[in-house]
Design a protein around this ligand. Sequence first.
Ligand code: TNX
Length: 512
Amino acid sequence: VLLLPLVSTVASAANPPAPGPITLDRVVPAPAVVVPSDAAPFELTATTVITATEAARPVAERLAATLRPATGFSLPVRSAGVTTVDLRLNPVADPWFGDEGYQLEIDTTGVALRANRPAGLFAGLQTLRQLLPPAIEAISVRHEHWTIPAGVIRDRPRYAYRGAMLDLARHFHPPADVKRYIDEISRLKINYLHLHLADDQGWRIEIDSWPLLTAVGGGPGTGVRGIGGGYLTQPEYRDLVRYAADRYVTIVPEIDMPGHVNAAQVAYPELTCAGVAPRQRIDIRVGYSSLCTSKEITYRFAEDVIRQLAALTPGRYLHIGGDEAMSTPHADYVAFEQRILPLVAKYGKTAYGWHEIAAAPAATGAVIQYWAVTRDRPEIASAAAAGAKVILSPADRAYLDMQYDLLTPGGLHWAGTIEVRTAYDWDPGGWAHGVPAGAVLGVEAPLWSETLRDYGDVEFQAFPRLAAIAELGWSPWATHDWLAFRDRLGAYGERWTRRGVHFHRSSEVRWS
Ligand code: TNX
């Protein structure tokens, strides 16, 4: 019985359907409006010139750098003159496109990319790349007809927040791996990367005046001793922030409090009520640690961390955790959040926390990350009705650390198994009962790393499911269609393959 699905997987992988010609709508995430034309496609050639206005130049340079390796063309970027690919900002902003929307117009003679802001041009570049043959992903010259189908795409995101989260605490992922992840997520028009920087098993960000956090708490994570350790220095963190910003991705730092703090308490026993250092933990249990909410040093510590993270982070959100504080009495938890939430505002940021923070009245000014596996959470609905914004990360849909099925390696299954269709087939807009659609800021796909040993494991868990969550965040609900998504995703797989991304070749999808 168990062999049947395996056999069919092998059979379909051995006989992939011939990949048809690329059409204007074969893009992940699905664009809002696609109007194909009968005109012959545009073909990129050795004489193609890219033109860009001053403000559009950085994205134009990135486009050229994207297209040069596989085409071998010089693709000069100029400010004026004869052109075939032209990038510019709208002289008068068109409100329909907002900050991230774009228009792509392709005819036989050229391509015009327009947006209100550079972020929109960047999104358009990601679309353009998918309209070229998959060989465009090669890092050395390929001989191809580099055609782009003719027509018009008008596109903009459904939600302002489209996030991915990476847990650096349970296993540290070095900056080079985080950058590879940023590269991949930005191609799917994901615009926030939430970094879970501290947990029971490790503390991963350098904090001035608390040097032992990283010296002691930069520990092994959930790996055996020696595997999974490490931390980011502040310059490394700043460098990641810059790298992400160059790809229109905003970093959201998280320090989890008042639970998930064992690593901090190993380094600073004064953060426990008894003042005694707990033992270092490398197991995957949760809910046993708590900051001592009645000690003033707890708030000095929290404020130092929040102040420094706020200074290091240009983005508007700062995540203060708040989940699974099972060892903090409820009244103490609420009192703690009532002090911590305003501290985030004091340093100029919007507080963001796991949905448990909804218990604190001050959470009405915060962003709440909904991770429940049930759709009825009255306390979140009332916080949202009172002004809180909600980001949807239901664990049974959006958790990238859940196994695809019980046979796939790596991952957990406490929230169930999540195959591609399960990750795709839900509507963030109406998911949480009682949360008004207008309170939903977006979606985020968290990747906890208890079982992830290396970057290959990260890729396997994230892809292809992250593409499903990205589409839920970007594409209008009117485009939602599993069969169409499955086919577009199947075509996208070849791009991952060419880039060396270790993705799960789900048997739900026909991969080309
Ligand atoms: C629950 S969901 C956690 C994390 C674990 C994760 C594993 C949430 C906010 N907390 O501490 O890593 O499950 O799936």
